[in-house]
Design a protein around this ligand. Structure first.
Ligand code: KDG
Ligand code: MG
Length: 403
């Protein structure tokens, strides 16, 4: 039995902050887990170092489900992004250890591959529709079969998803939250022409996606969904905040555009009605923010019963360790839909060497034992934590809005 002898939290900032858990065993095998929670990194680092690691020492690293239940039920205080990201990091690291000891890539332990690779979507964006389409054509040339389109909104100085750097979008951009101005009316006028022109330029053999980033009311989202129906979007993401899951009932009544939601979800309870009532088509929960491989598989099985497919969040704030875990998950779940792939910078990839690869619009986690992702601790130590916040939104009258 591999006993956990020590564990530590590594915080590094190769261009952006990442929190990584490393668990060591008496068999000389270690495992890694991503614990990054964008803009709240140190809260998870402390939760792990101060409250979780002391409970891990001496435990049998093979007892993944039992340790998951221990950390979830045993804390008394359940759910929430901090708790669930910490549990996720432990879970990922334990699966990594199990895979390494078995000498098998994680997807083999999860039942083996049900597909040759995971279809990923890339991010095309630009200040204008023309720029976005030019960027999308580039992704199409690279072989992407699915492309997310985000464009600047005329009359608004900035908006979610439109990057200063065309290929690497980093929203957590300042030491204190940047204040942005938002107008749903202006935004709603800007999206249908983007999709119309994108279909003209890119044709119909590519999936087109769009992220609303929680900014519309349900009835506005219903209207946008209807307006976009002629262009057959693959999905509309995070149409409205989902704390009240009934919001999606209203959207569903008005449009057949497929709906995706859940990158901020932490537990199966966050999507119980959404899935049970078939109010969504894709669930976006991720390995790192939704309790690890163990819990995400539970969500995926529940979703499968209700014709909901997976579409894991894969922005740059999810480290390459999480990306590797997501790809093993994607390869092994029957109801996989698509995987987001925002690409990390070279600096980040150097700190986290990994075995996953991209070819022809698909990704594969590789066949190295465990997750197939590592951390270069010496290099990581050169990048000190740098406080960085996500922006906030205000409406034109000054009141706070969803970012
Ligand atoms: O940390 C927040 C980002 O991951 C998020 O804004 C990115 O919405 C996002 C997406 O779909 O990638
Ligand atoms: Mg999103």
């Amino acid at each position: 039995m591999p006993r956990i002898t020590s564990a530590k939290v590594i915080v590094t900032c190769p261009g952006r902050n990442f929190v990584t858990l490393k668990i060591e065993t008496d068999e000389g095998v270690y495992g890694l887990g991503d614990a990054t929670l964008n803009g709240r990194e140190l809260a998870v680092a402390s939760y792990l170092a101060d409250h979780v690691i002391p409970c891990l020492i001496g435990r049998d690293a093979h007892r993944i489900e039992d340790i998951w239940q221990y950390l979830y039920k045993g804390a008394y205080w359940r759910r929430g992004p901090v708790t669930m990201s910490a549990i996720a990091a432990v879970d990922m690291a334990l699966w990594d250890i199990k895979g390494k000891i078995a000498g098998l890539p994680l997807y083999q332990l999860l039942g083996g591959a049900c597909r040759e690779g995971a279809m990923v979507y890339g991010h095309a964006n630009g200040k204008t529709i023309e720029e976005t389409i030019e960027n999308a054509l580039h992704y199409q040339q690279l072989g992407y079969k699915a492309i997310r389109l985000q464009s600047g909104v005329p009359g608004l100085a900035s908006t979610y998803g439109v990057s200063k750097d065309r290929y690497f979008y980093e929203p957590a951009d300042a030491d204190l939250p940047t204040e942005n101005l938002w107008s749903s009316e202006k935004y709603l006028r800007s999206v249908p022409p983007l999709f119309e022109k994108a279909r003209e330029a890119l044709g119909w053999d590519v999936h087109l996606l769009h992220d609303i980033h929680h900014r519309l009311t349900p009835i506005e989202a219903g209207r946008l969904g209807k307006d976009l129906e002629p262009y057959r979007p693959f999905w509309l993401e995070d149409a409205t905040p989902a704390e009240n899951q009934a919001n999606f009932r209203l959207i569903r009544q008005h449009t057949t555009s497929p709906l995706a939601v859940g990158e901020v979800f932490n537990a199966i309870w966050d999507c119980k009605e959404l899935i049970e009532e078939q109010l969504i088509d894709y669930i976006r929960a991720t390995v790192v923010h939704a309790g690890g491989i163990t819990h995400l598989r539970r969500i995926a099985s529940f979703a499968d019963m209700h014709n909901v497919r997976t579409g894991c969040h894969g922005a740059t704030d999810l480290s390459p360790v999480c990306m590797a875990a997501a790809l093993h998950f994607d390869l092994s779940v029957p109801n996989f839909g698509v995987q987001e792939y925002m690409r990390h910078t070279e600096e980040t990839d150097a700190v986290f060497p990994h075995h996953y690869s991209f070819a022809d619009g698909m990704m594969h986690p590789g066949d190295a034992p465990g997750l197939g992702a590592d951390i270069d601790e010496e290099l990581a130590a050169r990048y000190e934590y740098k406080r960085a916040y996500l922006p906030v939104n205000r409406l034109e009258d000054g009141s706070m809005w969803h970012w």
